[in-house]
Design a protein around this ligand. Structure first.
Ligand SMILES: [Fe+2]
Length: 138
């Protein structure tokens, strides 16, 4: 990432999360608020649960609404899709790269650990942000 150091978030709720996607569950297209995200796939589903992304769809200077609309219509030829293997470490710059997880198929859930790092120590969510993300403050 070109950073001199990385610090785990100093937040008891946001530092590490494990997300479970069961049959039919997915994560819709979005951009991340953080500059990059670090994940490890703990368990792969039997099928589906693919990671799809479209690199550099926007920039801080250009929100590229037309390009976002093209992606949402399923007409972007630059869309990429990967099937992560269990144990795969994925370091992903999601602020300007749109991404989603396709619906999980089968009985085995997709389990992914999400780690939140920053280039400075002591970063925490506000209590309002914690309530928005997790339904409670800590
Ligand atoms: Fe994301």
């Amino acid at each position: 990432m070109g950073k001199p150091a990385l610090h785990a978030m100093d937040d008891p709720l946001a530092r590490v999360n494990v997300m479970e996607y069961r049959r039919g569950e997915a994560l819709n297209w979005h951009f991340d608020r953080s500059e990059f995200t670090t994940t490890i796939l703990l368990q792969a589903p039997e099928a589906g649960g693919l990671f799809e992304y479209r690199r550099d769809l926007r920039s801080p200077e250009d929100p590229n609404h037309e390009g976002v609309a093209r992606l949402l219509r399923g007409e972007d030829p630059e869309l990429r899709r990967i099937r992560l293997e269990p144990g795969a470490l994925n370091i992903f710059r999601g602020r300007d790269t749109a991404h989603r997880v396709t619906p999980v198929e089968g009985d085995r859930p997709r389990l992914v650990a999400v780690f939140s790092y920053f280039d400075r120590p002591g970063v925490r969510m506000t209590p309002d942000e914690q309530r928005g993300f997790y339904g409670r403050a800590a």
